[in-house]
Design a protein around this ligand. Structure first.
Ligand SMILES: Cc1cc2nc3c(=O)[nH]c(=O)nc-3n(C[C@H](O)[C@H](O)[C@H](O)COP(=O)(O)O)c2cc1C
Length: 154
């Protein structure tokens, strides 16, 4: 049976949709056969999605120094239903921030530390004026997670 990779991404703009799509494209790269990828906006994702996943990629904008309200709502709904069930879940985080990103990183890391999810790498912070390299970085992140899950590295 294929392993499940869940991508929960807040994408309110063309740029953030390009980042989300790049993560998904990377996760579905040629040669990765054993991973089923599900992409959901935070408001449509819930505990059942997380419980079914072997890995999760979180994506958010930084809004007013914190993660998007939509991603926070996702955490509010999944936290207790998942707390005892998903410890050790490998996760990755990317943040699109106009000029900072640190408040969002801290906010997400506080929550996932409580959940005892396991970061596969430091957060990818796509900060400042939008650059094409953000898209490439997000694509690479998707591939890294999917390939690592497939290989049983994470
Ligand atoms: C209401 C609002 C609040 C924002 N607050 C922050 C912030 O605190 N820190 C930051 O780095 N960017 C902030 N931004 C910028 C967004 O992170 C950025 O516009 C968003 O990620 C979309 O990226 P894009 O313009 O490339 O599509 C804010 C944007 C909006 C609309």
């Amino acid at each position: 049976m294929k392993k499940q990779l869940l991508i929960v991404a807040h994408a309110p703009s063309d740029n953030t949709q390009a980042l989300r799509d790049a993560v998904a494209r990377g996760a579905g790269a040629d040669g990765i056969e054993g991973i089923a990828v599900t992409v959901k906006p935070p408001l449509e994702a819930g505990p059942q999605d997380v419980l079914a996943a072997q890995g999760i990629i979180l994506g958010t904008t930084e809004n007013l120094g914190y993660m998007s309200g939509a991603l926070k709502d996702f955490f509010d709904r999944v936290y207790y239903p998942c707390l005892e069930e998903t410890q050790g879940l490998p996760y990755a985080l990317y943040i699109r921030a106009g000029h900072d990103g640190t408040g969002t990183r801290r906010g997400v890391e506080t929550i996932v530390t409580g959940l005892r999810w396991r970061a596969i790498q430091d957060p990818l912070i796509c900060q400042g004026e939008f650059r094409d390299s953000f898209v490439a970085d997000c694509e690479q992140l998707g591939t890294l997670m999917a390939a690592g899950l497939e290989a049983g590295v994470f």
